[in-house]
Design a protein around this ligand. Structure first.
Ligand code: RAM
Length: 900
């Protein structure tokens, strides 16, 4: 616990400086979190912008949003769709469009004007743009679902094509398409997607299927054109047999495509090309593709020019019209799964004659691109693995065992390419992915050059939103590993691991969500997955442990996993200020809590469930953690109810939380010793972190935790405790202990993993299973929020007020982090040396910060006492530390170590 001392106000000063508007500009206009999106299907899209200002304490006093139906109208100042008028508000985030109703495919051009609190106007924004998607079934213009029927046993990927004519100059051309499992689209022989996208995205296809809009204006040409599609099985037609039974998913069927190409002419009028029976179909080189097994490609079966206009497809068959999937067509709001990075091979060895092991030096999700010159018919196989055995060969027994035994045996994580023998050939698979660091390559007739192999890192392609670096190489490596594991497990759903399961284990996702939100622009990724969670909920409120699921893992109760639903929704509210997710999911979140509450016996949950998974030595009863999670869920729903104006519900869920709190303490708390349950690190930290401990006893419980941690000297938790121990210790002023746990080089701990050569986070402290799990990944959030100190203030969702608390702990000499908050970039960079403690801050316009300096000494900027510094509104000493209240701006503070 932070000691709350009486604080002394040692100086306060408002900052009334006149604002020089020429230095303030309106930037980064986004619609539904995206830049210039073209498939918005919300009636009232939310708009946001940020202000870059050279002035301290800059605040927006008024804004005006102007939306026009054409660029020309906007330029002429004619906001014919919406003129918000001058709105007195500092808000720049989550502004709902409230103009004329928007039609399908409508283009909206917009800009923002803002004034500061003294009514001086800033430089207005540049114009921005969003476009509506297809809003109703009618807009699909009679298009049909098409594909190629065939025996399920032979699985060659269908090729589909269609010729069409363009009769005049084109103003804009868009493709709207949903291809299940995946569609690789091309126009006139050129790819429609930017980076081998695996579109659309994985959902429960009986509930929702997602469509994607592509801008193809530059791909269509006057005269003859051709459109082509290759369909992959993806998660829609899983024929691989594994523990999780996706081959028996109720939605399963042969791949199919629905598509509308809409071409708007300069002279007016729209031409459409739709998927229907007039398309032609065949099969080609992709003989087999499976989400777990990999791909088999025979280049001799390639069909040159098949997706270009001159091609003669008379030998092809008419496309088959396929039944529509049951799910509702909705716009894909998250970024595509795509090739995010190319990784060069680091080494190549030949442990056995003809068996080459390529080492990428990094564990990741994706595949390998090969380049080779071999005779026609040479069959080259790549099998992917995260580790090598003592003999230098790939080793994957532990992860492979979940594949069903079959005759002939199913491949696993393996791609096969059969050469066409036409000089240098290069190839990469299209519809599957693997988790690996090593590729075993066999079948080559000669030793390959290392440059023949490139790793393709495939994941939901989100922008980075945060960074962390410090003087400890070890911590930097843990940060690096966390980011690789996070992205490896972002596959249009948050997954547990990219090799063995690829499953949306909900517990893993809820534990990693905050790290994900601090490191990446993951908001639309979670928005999409929250819809998956809603789809997954049963009428009785129960959730399955993996989402989506084809049935496996449903019907039970696992509160620490199921709580992903309220927790991730609430995280989006806290980290992005997103109230709409809470509104959209409120009915389902409350249903979930109501349903779990029926299981309470004397205020506690008594059934067995998933709990502090993969613990080191000490287990914590799952009933204990489940009950704590119900308490947290009830609090989240109560807060959401308050926010949404549902005051009766707020009272109801607060009362439920109180009831659970009483039951929990009556059942698990030993008042005398200050111990919960078996006194494990998880037990103490969960009770403290969730706020279950009676205030007067918090110090005693903390003491129990500190004794446990100091006597053991290492982390002794599973995945739940690992998140909370670190935070609780740090917030209690024992960042030194938290740091020891994280940086310890011996087993167990993150540092031990790194010492073993880890480049991603592992599944457990023992290092026996998957080497690419994200469930211990909150440590990165701790780096950014607690070590560098860019802290969320939960009472100011969306970072409108932040809590800066840098932690110069142990032998750390410096640390720096950035975070692209909804209001703009936040930066915290500190350094400690013999001259003192130095802190550089960047606080975006419209944001205020409470800065807790680590020591009680006087703070200055350029020799000026903090109280007199422009932008500093108050200085006080609290809990033995100097605390500053500041407005926006760039700061450079110093403090001596004298009274440390
Ligand atoms: C494992 C998964 C996952 C975990 C579950 C309980 O199989 O990999 O990480 O959440 O079990």
């Amino acid at each position: 616990m932070v000691l709350l001392c009486a604080y002394a106000l040692i100086g306060a000063r408002l900052s009334p400086q006149a604002v020089d508007t020429s230095t303030s500009t309106v930037n980064e206009l986004r619609c539904e979190y995206q830049t210039d999106p073209i498939n918005i299907d919300q009636a009232h899209p939310r708009l946001s912008w940020i202000i870059d200002s050279g002035k301290r304490s800059w605040r927006q006093g008024t804004y005006q949003v102007l939306v026009a139906s054409s660029k020309r109208a906007l330029d002429a100042g004619n906001a014919d769709l919406w003129d918000s008028g001058k709105v007195k508000s500092a808000e720049t985030n989550q502004i709902e469009y409230s103009g004329l109703p928007l039609r399908s495919r409508q283009q909206c051009f917009w800009r923002v004007r803002v004034w500061d609190t003294t009514d001086r106007e800033s430089k207005p924004s540049k114009p921005s743009h969003w476009e509506m998607g297809l809003l109703s079934g009618r807009d699909w213009m009679g298009s049909q679902w098409i594909g190629r029927q065939g025996p399920a046993a032979a699985n060659p990927a269908p090729f589909l094509r269609k010729d069409f004519k363009v009769t005049g100059p084109v103003r804009r051309a868009r493709i709207y398409a949903c291809g299940l499992g995946y569609a690789d689209l091309s126009l006139n022989g050129r790819p429609v997607a930017k980076s081998d996208e695996r579109d659309p995205a994985y959902t429960d296809f009986d509930k929702r299927v997602l469509y994607v809009a592509y801008d193809v204006t530059r791909l269509v040409k006057q005269g003859e054109n051709a459109i082509g599609a290759v369909l992959g099985t993806g998660w829609f037609d899983v024929h691989d047999k594994a523990t999780w039974n996706f081959d028996r998913a109720p939605w399963r069927g042969r791949p199919r495509l629905r598509l509308v190409l809409a071409i708007d002419y300069v002279k007016g009028g729209t031409e459409t090309v739709v998927s229907d029976r007039s398309w032609r179909s065949t099969v080609g080189p992709i003989l087999r593709d499976g989400i777990y097994t990999g791909e088999v490609y025979d280049a001799r079966k390639e069909i040159p020019g098949w997706n270009t206009p001159k091609f003669d497809a008379s030998a092809w068959s008419p496309a088959d019209v396929m039944p529509a999937p049951k799910g509702k067509l909705c716009a894909r709001v998250c970024p595509p799964v795509a090739i995010g990075q190319t990784i060069t091979a680091k080494a190549i060895k030949e442990p056995k004659p003809g068996v080459f092991i390529v080492d990428f030096g990094q564990t990741f999700s994706g595949h390998v691109r090969i380049q080779l010159r071999e005779p026609a018919g040479t069959k080259v196989t790549m099998r992917y693995s995260e580790r090598l055995g003592a003999d230098g060969m790939i080793e994957r027994g532990q992860i492979e065992q979940f594949m069903a035994k079959a005759t002939p045996p199913q491949p696993f994580q393996s791609d096969t390419y059969v050469c066409k023998g036409a000089g240098v050939e290069s190839w990469e698979q299209r519809f599957s992915y693997s988790g690996f660091r090593y590729a075993e390559v066999t079948g080559l007739t000669k030793k390959p050059a290392i440059s023949a192999f490139q790793g393709r890192f495939v994941h939901t392609d989100m922008e980075s939103a945060g960074s962390f670096e410090c003087s400890s190489e070890l911590l930097n490596k843990i940060q690096w590993a966390t980011r690789y594991s996070y992205l490896s497990n972002a596959q249009s759903i948050p997954t547990d691991c990219p090799q063995r399961e690829k499953n949306g284990w909900t517990g893993d996702a809820q534990l990693a969500a905050e790290a994900g939100l601090m490191n990446f622009r993951s908001e639309t990724f979670y928005t999409k997955w929250l819809d998956d969670l809603q789809d997954n909920q049963r009428r009785d409120g129960r959730m399955s442990v993996i989402v989506p699921t084809g049935g496996w893992g449903s019907g039970g109760r696992n509160p620490a996993w199921d709580s992903a639903y309220p927790i991730v929704a609430n995280d989006l509210y806290l980290y992005r200020g997103d109230k709409r997710v809470l509104a959209n999911h409120y009915a389902y979140l409350s249903r979930y809590v109501d349903s779990l509450a029926t299981e309470l016996r004397d205020g506690v949950l008594t059934f067995d469930s998933l709990g502090d998974w993969v613990p080191w030595q000490t287990e914590t009863p799952s009933q204990y953690t489940s009950t704590a999670y119900l308490f947290m869920d009830a609090r989240i729903v109560a807060n959401a109810a308050r926010l949404l104006g549902k005051s009766e519900d707020a009272v109801k869920y607060d009362a439920l939380a109180e009831r659970v709190n009483r039951g929990f303490n009556a059942h698990y708390f030993d008042e005398k010793t200050g111990t919960y349950s078996n006194g494990s690190q998880t037990a103490c930290s969960v009770a403290l972190y969730f706020g279950l401990v009676p205030e007067p006893r918090r110090a005693a419980v903390l003491d129990t935790l500190v004794k446990n941690v100091t006597s053991q000297g290492h982390i002794d938790t599973g995945i739940l405790g690992a998140k909370y121990v670190i935070r609780v210790l740090t917030e209690a002023g024992r960042a030194d202990l938290a740091y020891n746990l994280v940086s310890r080089k011996e087993q167990p701990g993150w540092g031990w993993w790194i010492g073993q050569g880890a480049t991603t986070l592992w599944e457990d402290w023992k290092g026996e299973s998957s080497l690419n799990h994200i469930m211990f990944g909150d440590v990165s959030n701790w780096f950014i929020q607690w070590i560098a100190g860019i802290g969320l203030d939960p009472s100011s969702p969306g970072f409108s007020h932040i809590s800066i608390q840098p932690q110069p702990v142990a032998d750390l000499k410096w640390a720096r982090a950035t975070y692209d908050s909804p209001h703009g970039k936040i930066r915290s960079s500190w350094q400690i040396d013999s001259t003192g403690f130095h802190l550089k801050l960047q606080v975006p316009a419209n944001v205020t910060a409470t800065v807790t300096m680590p020591f009680p000494s006087d703070v200055t900027e350029d020799g000026i006492a903090a109280a007199d510094v422009d932008g500093v509104q108050a200085v006080r000493v609290k809990g033995g530390k100097t605390v500053l209240e500041i407005g926006s701006g760039d700061y450079s503070f110093q403090m001596s170590l004298g009274r440390r």
